[in-house]
Design a protein around this ligand. Structure first.
Ligand SMILES: Cc1cc2nc3c(=O)[nH]c(=O)nc-3n(C[C@H](O)[C@H](O)[C@H](O)COP(=O)(O)OP(=O)(O)OC[C@H]3O[C@@H](n4cnc5c(N)ncnc54)[C@H](O)[C@@H]3O)c2cc1C
Length: 308
C-alpha cells in the first residue's frame, strides 16, 4: 500500500494552502474532502478582505485555489474521513467510501466548522424548508419576500447585506449589538429595508405547515416580546468544530477545537491542525491559509527527520 508523506483532511482554504506548500516541499500529498473543494468559501457570496483578489465570489475563489493545487499536481479525492489512528511513524486514515484505509507519515487536519443551531421550538420542523444556514445557497428563494437573520457577527452582517439587496424586508435579531466590522455594520444600517433588534432572546419559530414568523424577547429591562412575520430565516449564531472523528486522539480543547502550538503541531507527533478547526482568535480565509502553510512546513520538517 502506498504511504503518503502527508494526507490533508479537508480542502477548504487551510487544506488547499497546506497542499500547495507540501507539494512544493517535495512531499507526496493526498488531499481529501467529503464535498467539493472550497469549504465554507463555496457558500459565501462576496469576499472583500482576502489580500489581492479585491471583491470576489466565494465559489470563484474556491475554484482559483483548487486550480492552483491542480497546476502543482496535488492528488485530490472525494472521501469522508471517519477515523485516524496514530501508530507512531505511520498514521492510518479510515474513510467511509468502501471502508478505504490510507497510510501516511503525517496528517494535517483542516476540517473546519459547521453552523451552530439555536435548539428552540420550531427549528427542527422548519430546518431546510424555511430556516437556512446559507444565504448564497437559499437566498434566491426569498427574492421580494420578508426575511429574518439571527445573529450579529461578521457572517450575519455580510450575508444580511446580500439578502437585503434582494428581499422586501430584512430583520436582524441578535443577542447583543452588531459585532461585525464597523464598515459592514454601517453599510447594513444604511439599507432602507433593514430593521435591527439588538439584545434579544429568540424564543420560537412559528407556523403550522410552513414557517410564518419568529418570536423573540428583549433581554433589556422592558422585556418586550415581539413576533415578526417572515417567509424565511437565516441563522448565523456561531460555529461548531467538525472534530468528532479526532476525539480519541486527545488533541481537542473542551469545546472540540484542536489545540496546536505555533508550528500547528498537535499533542500527537506527526499530526497537525490548520484553519477554523484549531483554537484561535480570528477565523478567516487569510488566517486559515496561513495555518495551512505553517502546518505543511512543519510536516515537511518532521518527515525529513524520520527519514533520516
Ligand atoms: C457565511 C460565511 C461568510 C464568510 N465570509 C468570510 C469573508 O468574507 N472573509 C473571510 O476571510 N472569511 C469569511 N468566512 C470565514 C471563512 O470561510 C473560514 O474562516 C474559512 O473557510 C476556514 O477555512 P478552513 O479551511 O479552516 O475550513 P472550511 O472552509 O470549513 O473547510 C473545511 C473542509 O473540510 C471538509 N471536511 C470536514 N470534515 C471532513 C471529514 N470528516 N472528511 C473529509 N472532509 C471533511 C469540509 O467538507 C470542508 O470542505 C465566512 C464564513 C461564513 C460561514
Amino acid at each position: 500500500m502506498k504511504k503518503y508523506d502527508v494526507v490533508i483532511v479537508g480542502a477548504g482554504p487551510a487544506g488547499m494552502t497546506a497542499s500547495i506548500y507540501a507539494i512544493r516541499a517535495n512531499m507526496s500529498v493526498l488531499m481529501l474532502d467529503k464535498l467539493a473543494p472550497g469549504g465554507q468559501m463555496v457558500n459565501t457570496n462576496e469576499i472583500e478582505n482576502y489580500t489581492g483578489t479585491g471583491k470576489i465570489n466565494g465559489a470563484e475563489l474556491s475554484m482559483q485555489m483548487y486550480e492552483h493545487t491542480q497546476e502543482l499536481g496535488v492528488e485530490f479525492d472525494y472521501k469522508t474521513v471517519l477515523d485516524i489512528k496514530d501508530n507512531g511513524e505511520t498514521k492510518t486514515i479510515r474513510c467511509e467510501e468502501d471502508d478505504t484505509t490510507i497510510e501516511a507519515r503525517t496528517v494535517i487536519l483542516a476540517t473546519g466548522t459547521i453552523p451552530r443551531r439555536l435548539g428552540i421550538p420550531g427549528e427542527d420542523a422548519f430546518a431546510g424548508s424555511g430556516i437556512s444556514w446559507c444565504a448564497i445557497c437559499d437566498g434566491a428563494q426569498y427574492r421580494d419576500k420578508n426575511v429574518v437573520v439571527i445573529g450579529g457577527g461578521n457572517s450575519a452582517v455580510e450575508e444580511s447585506i446580500y439578502l437585503a439587496g434582494i428581499t422586501t424586508s430584512l430583520t436582524i435579531v441578535t443577542m447583543f449589538d452588531l459585532t461585525a466590522d464597523p464598515k459592514a455594520c454601517d453599510q447594513l444600517r444604511a439599507m432602507p429595508n433593514v430593521t435591527i433588534y439588538p439584545y434579544q432572546d429568540v424564543l420560537e419559530f412559528t407556523g403550522d405547515t410552513a414557517l410564518d414568523g419568529v418570536r423573540f424577547k428583549s433581554t433589556q429591562e422592558d422585556g418586550t416580546e415581539r413576533h415578526v412575520k417572515c417567509d424565511g430565516v437565516f441563522e448565523y449564531i456561531g460555529l461548531m468544530p467538525t472534530s468528532d472523528c479526532f476525539q480519541h486522539l486527545g488533541i481537542l480543547d473542551d469545546f472540540g477545537f484542536i489545540k496546536v502550538n505555533d508550528e500547528m503541531q498537535t499533542a500527537v507527533k506527526g499530526i497537525y491542525g490548520a484553519g477554523d478547526i484549531t483554537v484561535k482568535k480570528l477565523r478567516q480565509i487569510v488566517t486559515a491559509c496561513s495555518d495551512g502553510a505553517i502546518a505543511a512546513n512543519s510536516a515537511a520538517k518532521y518527515v525529513e527527520s524520520i527519514r533520516g
